[in-house]
Ligand binder design. Sequence first.
Ligand SMILES: CC(C)(COP(=O)(O)OP(=O)(O)OC[C@H]1O[C@@H](n2cnc3c(N)ncnc32)[C@H](O)[C@@H]1OP(=O)(O)O)[C@@H](O)C(=O)NCCC(=O)NCCS
Length: 181
Amino acid sequence: MELRPVVEADLDAFDLAFQSEEGATPYQWFGFTPTVAPREALRTRGLLAGADNMLAVTVNGELAGRVEWLERRWGRRDTSLCWEIAIGLLPSWRGRGIGTLAQRELVRYLFTHTRVERVQATTDPENLAEIRCLEKIGFQQEGRVRRAQWRGGRWHDQLLFSLLREEFSLTEDKSDQTADI
Ligand SMILES: CC(C)(COP(=O)(O)OP(=O)(O)OC[C@H]1O[C@@H](n2cnc3c(N)ncnc32)[C@H](O)[C@@H]1OP(=O)(O)O)[C@@H](O)C(=O)NCCC(=O)NCCS
């Protein structure tokens, strides 16, 4: 599993895969969403070094999905910024351990290349695969944000997770991290 910068063809593949409830899964389906913004961000800054950022997830060179990190602030922008991560694997790549590896690599990337103290993630209380991924990486659940997300005709609670810099080993041996790939 590798992370690499996004290219235009990746966005075409994501549009194809995620513009339906089946492809996006109920937890990520918010109706049809415009794809102009990521294409513009790709053209102007490679979808990097901004408030919303993306890398492609590949397995043996084949596109498997994407990881994103978004600017979040708990106070002033210049002193209290953290990243919120997100992931979407293409349907055929789910359930093979890649979600855990990709998010762990993204956390490693963010703690290595940016100075944030905290990486956070939110997910639906019923999204057991994502919750398990986060727990395996070392994220701790901080709480339940009630009626946070409008989706599928009703409000949904969200679970808030975080991982602090001191809780993550940047140099850990990756050889024992297996995936069914
Ligand atoms: C959620 C997602 C990232 C998980 O990645 P994945 O590669 O499919 O998950 P993994 O194969 O790494 O499995 C992670 C763990 O969840 C467990 N799991 C998977 N599906 C599960 C389910 N329905 N119930 C309980 N546990 C489940 C796996 O057994 C594994 O745990 P284990 O290693 O202890 O056995 C991926 O499925 C995905 O992209 N889904 C669509 C988008 C999405 O939901 N993104 C996150 C929303 S914020």
